[in-house]
Design a protein around this ligand. Sequence first.
Ligand SMILES: *[C@@H]1O[C@H](CO)[C@@H](O)[C@H](O)[C@H]1NC(C)=O
Ligand SMILES: *[C@@H]1O[C@H](CO)[C@@H](O)[C@H](O)[C@H]1NC(C)=O
Ligand SMILES: *[C@@H]1O[C@H](CO)[C@@H](O)[C@H](O)[C@H]1NC(C)=O
Ligand SMILES: *[C@@H]1O[C@H](CO)[C@@H](O)[C@H](O)[C@H]1NC(C)=O
Ligand SMILES: *[C@@H]1O[C@H](CO)[C@@H](O)[C@H](O)[C@H]1NC(C)=O
Ligand SMILES: *[C@@H]1O[C@H](CO)[C@@H](O)[C@H](O)[C@H]1NC(C)=O
Length: 354
Amino acid sequence: MVRTALLCGAAAAFLPALIEAQYTQVKEYIGDSFFDDWDFYNHADDLTSGNVFFVSSSTAGKDKLAYINDAGNAIMKVDNTSSVSVGQDRNSVRINTKDHFTVGSLWVTDMLHVPFGCSVWPAFWSSAVDWPSGGEIDTFEGVNQVTMNQMALHTADGCTHSASALQTSTLINSTDCSTAANDNEGCVVTTPTTSSYGAGFAAAGGGVFVTEFATEGIAIWFFNRSEVPSVLQSNASTISVSDLGTPTANYSAATCNISTFFEPQALIFDITLCGEFAGNQAVFAETCSGVCYDDFVIGTPSNYDDAYFEVKYVRVYGVPGEDTVENAAPASARAHALAGAVLIAVVLGALLAL
Ligand SMILES: *[C@@H]1O[C@H](CO)[C@@H](O)[C@H](O)[C@H]1NC(C)=O
Ligand SMILES: *[C@@H]1O[C@H](CO)[C@@H](O)[C@H](O)[C@H]1NC(C)=O
Ligand SMILES: *[C@@H]1O[C@H](CO)[C@@H](O)[C@H](O)[C@H]1NC(C)=O
Ligand SMILES: *[C@@H]1O[C@H](CO)[C@@H](O)[C@H](O)[C@H]1NC(C)=O
Ligand SMILES: *[C@@H]1O[C@H](CO)[C@@H](O)[C@H](O)[C@H]1NC(C)=O
Ligand SMILES: *[C@@H]1O[C@H](CO)[C@@H](O)[C@H](O)[C@H]1NC(C)=O
């Protein structure tokens, strides 16, 4: 379908370039309207057991936990001004796009700063409404004081990562993407530069992450500021993957059938504290000392001065001629699913009472 659409409008002279997938811009999150098309979670972290409350849009605005700074960039941060009493959670932010993007999409995220520090667990990732059957793509993730970004997929049984796919990273941590394997570690590939996370990322002027979500595979690129390719240095209306070079991580369809394991994805930013990953005592002890909750979450608020995202933009591209943006429909699907679950609980309760 891609090639047919392109061939109609293109001169024969451009034929060789058409072999590479091309994408055109379909959605942009930037500047004063950055937060317009995202939902704020407005709930405690019931997903990864972190010690945070993900605030509503109004609390985020009022307490300046999510706002646009003087440079016009989006800030999302952990509360670093309030004291938190024993047993309580600290406020933070989790947002997801109202739209879902189908197979045949590519998203570009330019950031100047990512959250880091002991107990801090940030991610920029995507998920289908149905998890894990619809898949999850982690483009950016780190915990505590690690120095390099990690990428991963989380799927149903049967999707794996292959070290022999074309990619620049040789730091392959795990290859089974199934949520049922290795305590849901996912198939993890580490971005092999300390400019991809933490203080090193900020010191390098940040960088750009690109995620291609295609039938042929899921590929992730990271470019620190000094190596951002020219196509990403301005507001490109079209991106061809040949402009990006070899991906950092490549989850090829040869070992993971994308159409089988993935459904349309919502993009998500979140920052949690401790929880299943950062707060796992063995993981915590690798880069931090003390006790995650006691010494950090309820400790001095300035523990979180570096726990913020500063995002220049997120741009989503789609295959020309295809409907790659699903408008908000999955949100009502989620409401139905919830209502269904409540109904089942009520019916079960009534049955049990009999
Ligand atoms: C991913 O690896 C496969 C297998 O080596 C290769 O065919 C494909 O072109 C690679 N993807 C990208 C985006 O380079
Ligand atoms: C993945 O492997 C790299 C290189 O060996 C290592 O630095 C990193 O800590 C590992 N990540 C995880 C989550 O185990
Ligand atoms: C940017 O990335 C390149 C390639 O990974 C690396 O050689 C360079 O040292 C990085 N720059 C900084 C400031 O870390
Ligand atoms: C970026 O380019 C797209 C067209 O590809 C346009 O719709 C959008 O307004 C541009 N954004 C900015 C900030 O200029
Ligand atoms: C993925 O699975 C679908 C349906 O089972 C099949 O039609 C398709 O050829 C498979 N794709 C690849 C790349 O193996
Ligand atoms: C909180 O963190 C921000 C950076 O996110 C910093 O500018 C500020 O000084 C910190 N401390 C307080 C008390 O706001």
